[in-house]
Design a protein. Structure first.
Length: 247
């Protein structure tokens, strides 16, 4: 993704090229120094062409993420979720392989929202086993009721954790993780897997993330298992604690 700082640097590079071009033209018109003037013009032209090309390339990537997910980064988080869901459903339509669907889901979520870590843990033989993910290496398995993921599985409800250090029994798969949201993937009353998203910032997730991620997981569960049940709603105030700006 293009960064605004990089665009500013390219703008400066482009201005330097145009300035050199102007100086070269001035030397050709108002002085007898044809050779130096031509050389300055040539350098200015090369710098300008390269600057223009890179500037438009970076500007293009600022507003285009993945070919399947053409979502402007400048939109609010809620708007990006709306657009994500519109493009997500066709991506998984007709797909019934868990690994394929979860792999694309993790990749798409990280591509659009830039999450620090996003992936799935699947229920296997009485524990959560690491599935498709995007990010740093992670814990291979998590026991029932342990950590944020195990708790989401046990309670069958989304866990929004503003500060992982304050979560009882938190499992530190990455020392860089600061906040987390875990959404169970339900088929009827059965938890099939959990979606785990980590951030390297405190209080990175709020009810916007919770509501939309639950809807996205419901779409995925319906496609994979033919049925879905929304996670239980948590009436406790903890989930209201994470309220960053709707960026």
């Amino acid at each position: 993704m293009a960064h605004p700082v990089k665009l500013r640097r390219l703008s400066l590079f482009l201005l330097i090229g145009l300035a050199l071009l102007a100086v070269g033209v001035a030397m050709l018109i108002w002085s007898s120094q044809d050779a130096p003037g031509a050389a300055v013009c040539l350098v200015g032209l090369i710098v300008t062409v390269v600057g223009v090309r890179q500037f438009f390339k970076q500007s293009y990537h600022l507003f285009r993420r993945d070919p399947n997910f053409q979502i402007k980064h400048a939109l609010t988080r809620g708007d990006r979720y709306y657009m994500f869901m519109e493009q997500y459903q066709p991506l998984i339509a007709g797909q019934t392989d868990e690994i394929a669907v979860m792999a694309n889901t993790a990749a798409a979520l990280r591509e659009v929202f830039g999450f620090f870590w996003v992936g799935f843990y699947l229920v296997r033989d009485g524990q959560l086993v690491l599935g498709p993910f995007q990010g740093h290496v992670a814990c291979s398995s998590i026991k029932y009721g342990k950590g944020v993921c195990g708790t989401a599985w046990q309670k069958r409800e989304t866990q929004v954790v503003p500060d992982v250090e304050l979560f009882p029994g938190h499992i530190a798969c990455s020392a860089l993780s600061r906040s987390e949201i875990v959404v169970p993937v339900m088929a009827g009353e059965e938890v099939k897997a959990v979606l785990d998203i980590d951030s390297d910032r405190l209080r990175a997730f709020n009810n916007t993330d919770k509501n939309f991620l639950e809807k996205i997981m419901a779409l995925m569960a319906k496609e994979l298992y033919g049925q879905t049940t929304a996670p239980k709603q948590d009436p406790s105030p903890e989930n209201e604690a994470a309220t960053p700006s709707d960026e």
